[in-house]
Design a protein around this ligand. Structure first.
Ligand SMILES: *Cc1c(COP(=O)(O)O)cnc(C)c1O
Length: 358
């Protein structure tokens, strides 16, 4: 089985080994120590200062998106949302459920986010800007520095969903002016699903989170952050995934995050070169290293099914309007150039002469 998906992804041997063991009880000093170590390693990898706060939620990435939006903002706030695909629209839907008004920067498929897209919103006031650094549904990598300059000039909080960008693309919270960052266990961290993480700058924590009355119980970031001060969580966490997280963070720290990002970038470049040689169409907008979208005139979903059933390789299908037009090939996790050679062979078989018609 080979997964070129965007989560879960192929896992690394040291994580697989850790995940096969009996789980320990977690209200212990040892567990707390591990959690504090994980927090400190994570902050180091993210360019977050020691005064930044971290919440480890037992939830999928969407749970962390909701915890951040509903925890930081209220119905009296107005937000700006980059709606360039399914995950951007999800931010808007979360705002709607919580009665938070928002303006959307709507990008039709294929459109690059540019400074001029911000122009209509420059004179408006926004409490926060919500963006998915890599909009995984299209693979577009947004220019976070451009967005953080926009936010800084207006005193707007920048909330970045880096769920698929963390470890795939360079990120540094302080350098890039990111106030709140969200990530999740099953993407480039290459762990089991179950843990999502929210990291907040001191300003976001003290200036916004502590002052906002959220109507959340399980997903209340204040509670999670308070308990994490002593390495604990308010409720039973996904203990196994947190242990895997500690193992993975150590190995990323030891390898060096720049090397980890460079490795993903190398795999993405290898695949994109081979796809271009085969005449497969890819978008013109800037791409994250996490995933490569392949554009079809039609029949994309059928290609996904044949690859999986006949060749044992799973790429990522798309939903909604893009179901038959877009496949996405992931570069996160334990993959090598040889794995892409296997994928190319399968693609050559399945697409056959169709290449030359695309
Ligand atoms: C995967 C992903 C999510 C979260 O999806 P879940 O299924 O809730 O884990 C959110 N945003 C982006 C950009 C993602 O890639």
């Amino acid at each position: 089985m080979r997964l070129f998906t965007v989560g879960p992804v192929m896992m690394f041997p040291e994580v697989l080994e850790a995940s096969g063991r009996q789980l320990p009880y977690f209200r212990t000093e040892e567990f707390s120590k591990m959690m504090l170590e994980s927090e400190s390693m994570l902050k180091g990898l993210l360019g977050a200062g020691p005064d930044y706060r971290t919440a480890f939620l037992t939830a999928s990435g969407t749970g962390a998106m909701e915890a951040a939006v509903a925890g930081l903002f209220s119905a009296s706030d107005r937000l700006l949302v980059v709606a360039g695909g399914g995950f951007g629209r999800r931010f808007g839907e979360i705002c709607d459920v919580h009665g938070i008004s928002h303006d959307d920067i709507v990008l039709p498929f294929g459109k690059k986010l540019e400074a001029s897209d911000l122009d209509p919103f420059r004179d408006e006031e926004y409490a926060g800007l919500l963006v998915n650094m890599d909009e995984t549904s299209t693979g577009q990598l947004y220019d976070i520095r451009m967005l953080s300059d926009f936010c800084r000039s207006k005193g707007t909080l920048l909330v970045v969903d880096a769920i698929s960008a963390f470890l795939a693309d360079p990120i540094d919270m302080r350098r890039d002016g990111i106030d709140v960052l969200i990530t999740s266990s099953q993407k480039a961290l290459s762990l089991a699903p179950g843990i999502s993480i929210v990291v907040l700058s001191r300003d976001a924590y003290e200036g916004r989170l502590l002052r906002n009355d959220s109507h959340l119980y399980y997903l209340d970031l204040k509670r999670h952050i308070k308990d994490q001060e002593r390495g604990q969580t308010p409720f039973t966490p996904a203990v196994g995934t947190l242990i895997e997280l500690n193992v993975a963070l150590r190995s990323i720290r030891d390898a060096g995050i720049d090397d980890v990002v460079a490795r993903t970038a190398r795999l993405a470049a290898y695949f994109r070169k081979g796809a271009a040689e085969r005449g497969i169409r890819m978008p013109d907008y800037p791409l994250s290293n996490a995933v490569t979208p392949l554009i079809f005139d039609s029949g994309a979903y059928g290609v996904f099914e044949r690859l999986r059933k006949e060749y044992g390789v799973t790429v990522t299908p798309s939903g909604g309007d893009l179901r038959d037009r877009l496949l996405r090939v992931g570069h996160m996790g334990n993959l090598s150039e040889e794995d892409y050679d296997v994928l190319f062979k399968a693609l050559d078989d399945v697409l056959g002469r169709r290449f030359w018609m695309l």
